[in-house]
Design a protein around this ligand. Structure first.
Ligand SMILES: [Zn+2]
Length: 588
């Protein structure tokens, strides 16, 4: 499993580049474990802000470096994937629709995310920890190994003391760099935000821009902001600073508090974002860190950071821009969390392998959608076809690579898989029709392949559970399948002779074809036999009218079984309904 997939997929190409850059930055030292036991470690990084539920789209911030790190590890190098939890950032606004949170949380705006209370009922000590925890669980399920760094822990323990004093000493140089961009419109922070929030910030005229840059007061520009010693908010202005003594005086515009501290021993503040980010590139020696906005735009954090990082004696990482990840089927999602889909929401309806594959198979600059609607069934079909091709050796090299990155990692090995991965759409139909009756579900699944029946639902898990969760949470009530309790006597009575004959032919062969393959053959075969052709005649041997006859026949069956024009695939539906009830509903 841990073998290298040295092909030409995007992950492999970035791994080449990152290893080369890492060796260029540490000449003489090799990162390969084989050649140097104390080799430097290749550092890749992601940043997540636990300011609310972490959006599924933001998973690309983690998956892009994760996949590259995994490839580097497959090649035998030591690698460290940092996830910086930006939990010392200010609380900007109260997100809508969070359970256990009301308007009173607005009084905490301006405090560090770790100083804001968690939603009511949460077992976690604060806001940041509450939202971080869900993401940590999802990353574990997906096999993402990382080294999480709390920026609150870093800043409040004085880890960055030297860097802060250095930035203050060089504040005029930093100011001069930032000044080149100040007249231009500053883009948002690098994290991908739901569109409404991004728009809101733009409409607000960008308090974010000033916050990202740091403020200039009468005492000049300072790249550092203390959190107020009285109210904990960051609405502070540095009014005086002495480079020799490091004495810093600030005033809080929120509560009027003012104090003078010695920055050489003060730990309650942080560098402004545009300085903080490059400082950490230098501090951690980051070689690869992607981000989610267009870096070519003047004044973006990544571009400015590339100039500021030199002040800290570091270099800018390789930083590809990743494109937006959309969600389809969101409209139907529960609004209990403000309609924000999280990685956990995706993992409830799909296996981690499928979610990993979605990220692995697309280059970071290609956008794609994660399906919560009917599309998930097609996606699963595609995944199963790839799985089969990989197994029989007929898949293309890049597809083999994406598959390998999806099913496991160098660190964790192969992720747990469903022992009998039955088609997702079949499982979804069975879950739909049986509505939680596991004994019925097992009977139907056992009949799919009578030669090799599944003996327990567990063999179809966790895929079965995911399909069931999808049916229950994302398929609207009017699209659910409800099998008729009683035959539709009126419709049966009104049928013409050809229709009656088609039902007779179906029922006559029912017992002999009672399997998924058998019934597939049989339902398509009935209209052929009725038209005087063999049941196994191929489309080339048949007149085009057969297709119309098949459609009419299928619609009749759907009406008699579920009272609608369409439904789950007929063979699955027939198996689900069961022979006896099929006979009753079809008027035998
Ligand atoms: Zn204050």
């Amino acid at each position: 499993m841990a073998q290298s997939t040295e092909t030409t997929d995007w992950v492999s190409r970035f791994a080449d580049e990152v290893i080369a850059e890492s060796e260029r930055r540490a000449p003489g030292a090799k990162t390969s474990v084989a050649t140097a036991p104390v080799a430097p470690v290749v550092v890749v990084a992601s940043g997540l802000s636990p300011s609310g539920p972490i959006h599924l789209g933001n998973l690309r911030e983690v998956m892009t470096p994760h996949l590259v790190a995994d490839e580097i590890r497959r090649r035998g190098h030591r690698v460290r994937h940092l996830i910086s939890w930006d939990d010392y950032d200010r609380y900007r606004k109260v997100p809508a629709g969070i359970a256990g949170v009301d308007e009173s949380w607005a009084e905490h705006i301006g405090k560090p995310l770790t100083s804001v209370p968690a939603p009511k009922g949460s077992p976690y000590p604060n806001w940041a920890e509450h939202f971080k925890a869900a993401t940590v669980d999802s990353l574990a399920e997906m096999g993402v190994e990382f080294d999480g760094i709390s920026q609150t822990a870093q800043y409040t323990s004085g880890v960055y003391r030297e860097q802060i004093l250095h930035a203050m000493k060089h504040r005029r140089d930093i100011d001069a760099i930032l000044d080149q961009y100040r007249t231009k419109k500053a883009p948002a922070k690098k994290s991908q935000k739901p569109v409404d929030e991004a728009e809101l910030e733009a409409a607000e005229g960008s308090g974010a821009a000033a916050e990202d840059d740091g403020g200039s007061g009468s005492a000049g520009y300072f790249p550092y902001k203390p959190y107020c010693g009285n109210c904990e908010k960051d609405l502070t202005t540095v009014t005086a600073y002495d480079d020799d003594s490091t004495e810093l005086t600030y005033a809080c515009t929120a509560c009027g508090f003012s104090e003078t501290v010695r920055l050489s021993e003060f730990n309650r503040g942080k560098l402004v974002w545009k300085v903080d980010w490059p400082m950490r590139w230098a501090y951690e020696g980051v070689i690869f860190e992607p981000s989610g906005v267009d870096h070519t735009s003047p004044g973006s954090s990544f571009q400015v950071g590339g100039q500021i990082v030199g002040i800290f004696g570091g270099q800018q990482p390789i930083g590809p821009m990743y494109a937006f990840v959309g969600i389809s089927g969101m409209a139907k999602m529960s609004s209990s969390k403000g309609g924000v889909p999280t990685p956990a929401d995706a993992l409830r309806i799909m296996e981690p392998q499928l979610l990993r594959w979605l990220y692995a198979r697309r280059r970071p600059n290609q956008s794609f959608k994660i399906a919560f609607d009917q599309e998930i069934q097609r996606l699963y079909d595609e995944w199963d076809r790839l799985d089969a091709k990989v197994a029989d050796g007929s898949a293309l090299p890049a597809d083999v690579a994406a598959h390998a990155r999806a099913v496991g990692t160098a660190a964790a090995g192969e992720l747990p898989r469903t022992p009998r991965p039955l088609p997702y759409r079949t499982l979804a139909s069975v879950a739909d029709i049986t509505a939680g009756h596991e004994d019925q579900a097992l009977r139907i699944l056992g009949e799919l392949d009578p030669a090799n029946p599944i003996a327990s639902l567990d063999q179809a898990r966790p895929r079965y559970d995911k399909a069931e969760a999808w049916i229950n949470t994302h398929v609207p009530a009017d699209q659910r399948t409800v099998v008729r309790q009683e035959p539709d006597a009126e419709l049966l009575k009104s049928l013409d002779e050809p229709s009656r004959q088609s039902l007779r032919l179906l029922l006559e062969g029912l017992a002999d074809h009672w399997s998924l393959d058998g019934l597939t053959h049989h339902v398509y075969g009935v209209p052929k036999v009725q038209a005087g052709f063999p049941a196994d005649a191929t489309p080339k041997e048949l007149p085009p009218e057969i297709k119309t006859a098949q459609r009419t026949f299928f619609a009749l069956l759907y009406h008699l079984l579920v009272g609608r024009d369409t439904g789950p695939r007929l063979p699955t539906l027939l198996l689900a309904v069961g022979q006896e009830r099929v006979r009753t509903l079809l008027g035998e």
